[in-house]
Design a protein around this ligand. Sequence first.
Ligand code: HEC
Ligand code: HEC
Ligand code: HEC
Ligand code: HEC
Ligand code: HEC
Length: 405
Amino acid sequence: MTFRRALLRGASLLLVLGGTAPAGGDAGADRAFLDRHWRRPVPPQGEAPARWSALEKSLAPQSCGACHQAQLADWKTSVHARSLGPGVAGQLVEMRRSDPESFRLCLSCHGPLAEQQPDIERHGRSVPNPEFDPGLQAAGLACAVCHVRQHERFGPPRRIGMAKVTTPRPSLPHGGVTRTPAFSQSTFCTSCHQFSSDGFALNGKLLENTYEEWKLSAAARVRRQCQDCHMPERRHLWRGIHDPDMVKSGVEILATTAQRSYRPGDELVATIVVRSVGVGHDFPTYVTPRVVVRAALIDNTGAAVGGSGQEYAIAREVTLDLSREISDTRIPPGGSASFTYRRRLERKGLSLSVSVMVYPDHFYTGFFESLLASGAGAGAPQIREALAASRRSAFEIFRKTVRLT
Ligand code: HEC
Ligand code: HEC
Ligand code: HEC
Ligand code: HEC
Ligand code: HEC
């Protein structure tokens, strides 16, 4: 998300953002655990037990990966590992001095550990944080963000069928694990993926509402949690709108024509339906992606017939300064969007070509362009890199050519 003050109406937005924990619905014990676990910034870890090895004391993902290789290998490929990539870091460079409040807000989701904060508050003043670990900050949503508090390891219940460990906890690496069912539930993800009901909204709808959207889905009714789709078999993948296979797994696309064949002079009526069959929230859930259905006539050389292109966008579009919602055509879970293409066919040898493209970073392309135009300061080289990446991330999920005349 982008809450950059330079492009916003002052700091008022930050005040309305408030806490991010959604209300009610969960067992009290889990709620209490989550409230403690997701305080911001996460309190400093403090001293690790003296008898631990350097490897056990380390919070670096590479250290965890020495013993948890599978999780490290998956995590490295995930967007969580890139949460302090150039698009975020490039904005933070100037914001640290110009707007410390926004700076802290960004890190509360993009790198929330105390050891990831370069500054701390002392007597109302911002001073360098002696615990600051720049390497850990660059790692973004490191393992420790979700799993480590006061050096204690937290994790999900033991897998069904796994033998019980009989070794006493103090003799286990990092003193064993405190296990809680909260890790396997959707509420674990809400502190960064759901605004509180009084959080920032446009057109009466919260800017981040993924958990509430999920609660209304068929997936929630059969207790399919965020983790079941985004961490299958507990894998640390978190695939989403940037992954073609993940997006394809969530939608069914059909393109049909009203008649089997056409003659010159006939009117073509084609319908393209995008059905959300496997997305556990709105498709897409955020304001940043854009999915575009395109249809056009092509001649028998494959060239597009000038002026025949029409398109339909599936997105929640907002202005770059987040002052206004322009449109909202997202598809709720289980719902569908239908787009009708009509055009008189003037000659023989025509076909209809339909494609569906996904632009995962549509909003950011415009946002980074505007940021560079207004002056990104010392962050400009990183913003340019992020802009280029945002233009490269588009992909096609559907293409069909139907012969008409
Ligand atoms: C020296 C090896 C070692 C290192 C380093 C290490 N772990 Fe572990 N970890 C283990 C072992 C062994 C277990 C199994 C303990 C048990 O079953 O109770 C474990 C269990 C866990 C579990 C629970 C796993 C499960 O099966 O449910 C989590 C979560 C975890 N570690 C996180 C971390 C994190 C995060 C780090 C880095 C900050 C880390 N570990 C570093 C050896 C290590
Ligand atoms: C409540 C949690 C939250 C806060 C606070 C937050 N973000 Fe994000 N951010 C997200 C999530 C979730 C995504 C992924 C979805 C998306 O792109 O909208 C994201 C994506 C991004 C991206 C695009 C991906 C990338 O790495 O380039 C940028 C840039 C970004 N945020 C910048 C910021 C900045 C700057 C701030 C502070 C002004 C901020 N965010 C505050 C949760 C947050
Ligand atoms: C964004 C939060 C998050 C981050 C970052 C994260 N994990 Fe996890 N991890 C989880 C959740 C949630 C589960 C439980 C998933 C479930 O129950 O379906 C889990 C489960 C595990 C398990 C138990 C796996 C099993 O098969 O039982 C281990 C071990 C683990 N994580 C280690 C790591 C390591 C190592 C890293 C860094 C390389 C890491 N995690 C990063 C959230 C996270
Ligand atoms: C500490 C905050 C935090 C927590 C907890 C968290 N996320 Fe995220 N998540 C983020 C941020 C920040 C991003 C955007 C990273 C970026 O691109 O800069 C993100 C991105 C994602 C994406 C986007 C993938 C894409 O294609 O853009 C998915 C999916 C996701 N998270 C799922 C989850 C799930 C499931 C959980 C719970 C197990 C979870 N997250 C917990 C902060 C968090
Ligand atoms: C039934 C499977 C399913 C469940 C449950 C589910 N998701 Fe997703 N999610 C998807 C699919 C498929 C996509 C890719 C299409 C899309 O982006 O909407 C996706 C995309 C995303 C994205 C990418 C950003 C975007 O704008 O779409 C984020 C972030 C995300 N999910 C978070 C969550 C969180 C948090 C939960 C739990 C509250 C959750 N998901 C539950 C299937 C699921």
